[in-house]
Design a protein around this ligand. Structure first.
Ligand SMILES: O=C(CO)COP(=O)(O)O
Length: 255
């Protein structure tokens, strides 16, 4: 039985004051009936203070990016070691904004994925197709290519699938991110089950175990139907994770 994970990707939003309010709003509404895992991914500079503010709360803290390097002359980068040093438990890798705006190739994403695991941080591997790719009928080809980059990095399918079993996958159709255009529950379930089937070709154990989150305009009003799908194990939420009431409402829909 896979546990549900509700994750907030705050992207480049917030200030010390607004984050304090957001966290107070979230922690003040947590209750024992929520049995999903909860994660927030603040901008890097706020990670330390968010960790401290969440010290006694059952909410994990993740980063939005990690360097594929260990240390050295890489101005502006933050390593997996540094994130671990601050107690970071998860890191997003391959978010579509990083792929498209910061030219992160499948190969770089695979290196970041491996670097995170090397440092004991759970990577959340973000994958998904553009609208053009969906309309061309290449959704699964694109997704397989994004997963294959990680498999190729390790060179051995069994080793790679074992590594993937220690991660989380987030299916985020690019056309649904920040657009208000959500994939229908059927569209999302269709891709989620195809991802699981693809992993099962090499490792049934990994396929059974891995949490596959849906991301793309998820909000309180559509979360229930999406989360009710058999292969949707949670959400990676952007805009709606910046409002405590909305985020908590999604956590409640997750059970
Ligand atoms: O990119 C996302 C989460 O990583 C989704 O963003 P929105 O929920 O704002 O569409």
């Amino acid at each position: 039985m896979r546990k549900t994970l509700i994750a907030g990707n705050w992207k480049m939003h917030g200030s010390q004051d607004s984050i304090k309010d957001l966290l107070n709003g979230i922690t003040g509404q947590l209750d024992a009936s929520m049995d999903s895992d909860i994660l927030v991914c603040p901008p890097t500079i706020y990670i330390d203070s968010v960790k401290k503010q969440l010290e006694n709360a059952p909410v994990a803290v993740g980063a939005q990016n990690v360097s594929e390097q260990d240390q050295g002359a890489f101005t502006g980068e933050v390593s997996g070691d540094m994130l671990r040093d601050f107690g970071v438990e998860y890191v997003l890798v391959g978010h579509s904004e990083r792929r498209s705006l910061f030219n992160e190739s499948d190969e770089i994403v695979a290196k970041k994925f491996a670097k995170a695991l090397e440092h004991g941080i759970k990577p959340v591997l973000c994958i998904g197709e553009t609208l053009e790719q969906r309309e061309n009928g290449t959704t699964m080809a694109v997704i397989k290519q994004q997963i294959d980059a990680v498999i190729d990095f390790y060179g051995d399918r069994d080793v790679a699938l074992d590594k993937i079993s220690q991660a989380v996958i987030a299916y985020e159709p690019v056309w649904a991110i920040g657009t208000g255009m959500t994939a229908t529950p059927e569209q999302a379930q269709d891709v989620h089950s195809s991802i699981r089937n693809y992993l099962a070709e090499t490792s049934q154990d990994t396929a059974d175990k891995i949490q596959i989150l849906y991301g793309g305009s998820m909000k309180a009003s559509n979360a229930e139907q999406l989360l009710a799908q058999r292969d949707i194990d949670g959400g990676l939420i952007g805009g709606a994770s910046l409002k405590a009431d909305e985020f908590i409402a999604i956590c409640k829909k997750a059970g």
